[in-house]
Write a protein that binds this ligand. Structure first.
Ligand SMILES: C=CC1=C(C)c2cc3[nH]c(cc4nc(cc5[nH]c(cc1n2)c(C)c5CCC(=O)O)C(CCC(=O)O)=C4C)c(C)c3C=C
Ligand SMILES: [Fe+2]
Length: 477
């Protein structure tokens, strides 16, 4: 933006003007800043219309104060956080959804599973230094995005981090947003592809908070818009492709020769390893697998093809518990590639934009070991995008476009992505809970095996989710 007013037309025909003005709202910057200011003039009740852009709440007449809320999963910072973090994760009905009759037991189920899983999980965190780096990376991304937003678009904004399962929780971020008087909020899940279990779950929390306090978060006080997924953004796709090309180029002529045989004419292989979800989520309308496949295809199009000696594969990692997850599983694909004579492999953690336990431990330690045992001798892994400059600019561009383009409310984003289409229907009267056989998501077979997810069509316009757990959340005072 160049400081001159830019006009946008709402789908409904209402026009308002965004103008840049000097301001002191900059975060972490001492130079003269500019403020995105909306100068919508028409009086009236509410100027956020479906499909319209973010504009100033009419009743206040305040200048627009822009906030960007980055949503992420969160992770334990030390070994003693692990059990509480796991409890919060398994208490989330978007991770384990019990049949309605059993939903009062969600906390108990979460308690049993988190207790059982904690030692193994703690060991994994110990192997990467004792805690998750996800918050540090998200903070760095937030700070750099704020600078890029100002440098590239002249938009001064504050960034907030809302984690789903550990500090700083989304509710804390909302407190800050309110204290800072933010009245135009862009909600950006740090998951490129939408899943009901990740972005959907975080949006649910926001929706609940907004519904509880419509006096604070209603459109007369604060407009919001959501960027539900962004796996198809050319800048993001290019950034990932660039990282892969760097790794592909690092194979030496000797390695290329070693990787070329009669049984394996393609010397270099790329394995996109996406976080899995239970297969039943996809049956219930979770767009995640389609978005992963589309994303991989877009990146593949920017890489050398088979004729240039590169072959691309996709698999799914990190499954938990006894239910069927998206296939093929990464731990099946690695041995299979080894059997096919693959020697040179670049693994790409495709659903993550920062390093954490599932890149640093699961891929770098467990899968690497499996690959080497399987005969894949020359192992590479692309780093997560982390603070990659072109990626940071891309998220800043997304935010700028979201502020100026048609808005999408949380409810609209949830409905468009089938959030709340999951409900468990128990097909058994046998509903005992036992920790025996609980291997992860596995509340035991009595629940997992004899219950199935079914598709329901329920589109809430108010609070989209009334059956939250009992309010007990580990980590909270
Ligand atoms: C796209 C990303 C993710 C999806 C989809 C997802 C679904 C999902 N995850 C679990 C269970 C666990 N996830 C855990 C950690 C974890 N998961 C993601 C991302 C996605 N999860 C991240 C970024 C992290 C790491 C956070 C960190 O600490 O760095 C864990 C805890 C680790 C462990 O004990 O293995 C569990 C458990 C389920 C059940 C699920 C879909 C239903
Ligand atoms: Fe996960």
């Amino acid at each position: 933006m160049d400081g001159s007013p830019s006009r946008r037309r709402h789908a409904s025909g209402f026009t308002f003007t965004l103008r840049l003005r000097p301001s002191s709202l900059g975060v972490g910057t001492s130079r003269p800043a500019t403020r995105l200011e909306a100068t919508g003039t028409a009086p009236g009740p509410v100027d956020r219309r479906p499909g319209g852009s973010i504009a100033t709440p009419r009743s206040s007449g305040d200048p627009t104060r822009v906030g960007v809320l980055l949503l992420n999963l969160g992770g334990p910072e030390t070994g003693k956080d692990v059990e509480g973090f796991l409890y919060n994760l398994f208490a989330d009905p978007d991770i384990i959804r019990l049949p309605p009759l059993l939903s009062p037991l969600q906390s108990l189920v979460a308690l049993l599973i988190s207790k059982r899983r904690a030692p193994k999980s703690r060991e994994a965190y110990d192997s990467i230094g004792g805690g998750s780096p996800i918050l540090q990376y998200t903070r760095a991304q937030a700070d750099l995005m704020v600078s890029s937003l100002e440098d590239r678009h002249g938009i001064v904004a504050r960034a907030y981090i809302g984690m789903r399962y550990w500090y700083p929780f989304t509710e804390e971020a909302l407190d800050e947003i309110r204290r800072d008087g933010i009245n135009a909020l862009v909600v950006l899940p740090m998951y490129p592809q939408f899943s009901i279990s990740t972005s959907g779950s975080s949006l649910r929390v926001l929706q609940e908070e907004f519904a509880k306090r419509s006096d604070l978060y209603g459109p007369h006080r604060m407009f919001h818009t959501v960027i539900p997924s962004w796996y198809d953004r050319p800048g993001y796709v290019r950034s990932v492709a660039n990282l892969i090309r760097l790794e592909l180029d690092s194979f030496t002529p000797e390695e290329i020769e070693e990787g070329t045989s009669e049984s394996q004419p393609v010397p270099r292989h790329v394995l996109f390893s996406a976080h899995g979800v239970p297969a039943s989520y996809i049956d219930a309308g979770d767009p995640y697998r389609d978005q992963i496949e589309d994303c991989v295809e877009r990146i593949r199009a920017l890489l050398p093809g088979e004729e240039d000696g590169v072959k691309v594969h996709l698999s799914f990692q990190s499954r938990v518990g006894p239910v069927e997850w998206l296939r093929p599983y990464t731990d099946d694909v690695l041995p299979s590639l080894g059997e096919q004579g693959v020697k040179n492999l670049v693994v790409v953690p495709i659903s993550f934009v920062s390093e954490h336990i599932e890149t640093l431990e699961e891929i770098d330690i467990e899968y690497r070991e499996l690959a080497l045992e399987s005969g894949i001798t020359n192992w590479r892994r692309t780093p997560a995008l982390n603070t990659d400059a072109s990626f940071i600019d891309e998220i800043a561009d997304m935010v700028a476009e979201a502020l100026n383009g048609p808005s999408q409310s949380i409810t609209e984003a949830c409905v468009a992505n089938n959030v709340d289409n999951l409900a468990l229907e128990s097909v058994s009267s046998h509903m005992e809970i036992s920790s025996a056989g609980v291997g992860g998501v596995g509340y035991d077979d009595a629940l997992a095996g004899r219950a199935r997810l079914r598709r329901v069509t329920r589109c809430h316009q108010g609070p989209i989710h009334g059956d939250s757990n009992d309010g007990l959340r580990h980590g909270e005072e």
